[in-house]
Design a protein around this ligand. Structure first.
Ligand SMILES: Cc1cc2nc3c(=O)[nH]c(=O)nc-3n(C[C@H](O)[C@H](O)[C@H](O)COP(=O)(O)OP(=O)(O)OC[C@H]3O[C@@H](n4cnc5c(N)ncnc54)[C@H](O)[C@@H]3O)c2cc1C
Length: 237
């Protein structure tokens, strides 16, 4: 196993000292597990950090931003564009332990979730309560809400309901220097200022780490129907 650069060893040492409850893995087996996604690209991170809360994330960033070490956010690593692959090494920052549904508010038609919630799990929990979260990437049983936002994911329901960015009312984001931003909020008509949630949607982890999302939901439709159409020829408009 190749030796980690001294600067990384120091970062890991200081992180462990400052944030004792934070999971920091630097053994080869763990690093291999977080080295790839479904794009087929591969790059070994020097360490994997798995915060379970904003406090742990913030503690890590407070230490890490003093070091010139790249940080690559990751969800379930089902992405097909390679955004979760730590191409420059450094830290793979996984959201998988930040996986709580923080509130379900049917009256105001919104839910608040952490980024590591599995999309299909959210669907099923909401549907039992007569609530519907439309975005439906085909990977919904294995991908996370954080990854969906960062990829602006969508499936067949996009035709009627839009993609992930259409469902975002607000989010909490940490910049790499540890600054915490609250974008949007628990308001459906929130139109003052720039729509920064739209900037984060599809940003593939390059702008910040999403730690919380306020998502728009609607009543569960009484019936549903999927139509396939076959065309002999397809002409671009
Ligand atoms: C079988 C299969 C079917 C698929 N079907 C679809 C589909 O129908 N529609 C579709 O759009 N995609 C689809 N995908 C692609 C993929 O599932 C989606 O892009 C999904 O949104 C990725 O989520 P993830 O949790 O796996 O994120 P990851 O792959 O881990 O990460 C994706 C991107 O999000 C960033 N990221 C992850 N978490 C955070 C966070 N907390 N903060 C900031 N950035 C973060 C990463 O840096 C990376 O750039 C499919 C993939 C597979 C394997």
């Amino acid at each position: 196993m190749e030796k980690q650069p001294e600067i990384l060893q120091e970062l890991i040492r200081k992180t462990r000292a400052a944030c004792p409850s934070l999971w920091v893995w630097d053994d080869l087996e763990s690093r291999l597990n977080f080295a790839t996604d479904r794009s087929g690209n591969y790059a070994l991170p020097d360490a994997v950090v798995l915060p379970a809360s904003e406090e742990e994330l913030s503690c890590f960033l407070e230490v890490a931003h003093r070091y010139p070490v790249p940080i690559t956010p990751q969800g379930a690593r089902t992405g097909m564009s390679g955004g979760g692959v730590p191409v420059h090494g450094g830290i793979a920052l996984s959201s998988l332990r930040m996986n709580r549904i923080l509130s379900i508010d049917p009256e105001n038609r919104l839910v608040v979730v952490e980024p590591g919630v599995i999309t299909g799990t959210l669907h099923r929990i909401l549907e039992k309560q007569g609530i519907f979260y439309p975005p439906d990437p085909a990977s919904l049983d294995i991908c996370t809400i954080g990854g969906n936002i960062a990829e602006d994911a969508g499936g067949p329901r996009a035709v009627k309901y839009g993609v992930t960015h259409d469902a975002i009312l607000g989010m909490t984001v940490y910049l790499s220097n540890g600054e915490r931003l609250e974008l949007g909020g628990k308001i459906h008509k929130n139109v003052a200022g720039y729509r920064l949630t739209g900037l984060l949607a599809g940003s593939e982890g390059t702008l910040g780490i999403i730690t919380r999302a306020i998502l728009r939901v609607i009543p569960l439709p009484e019936t549903r129907c999927l139509i396939f159409a076959f065309f002999r020829r397809f002409r671009q408009p």
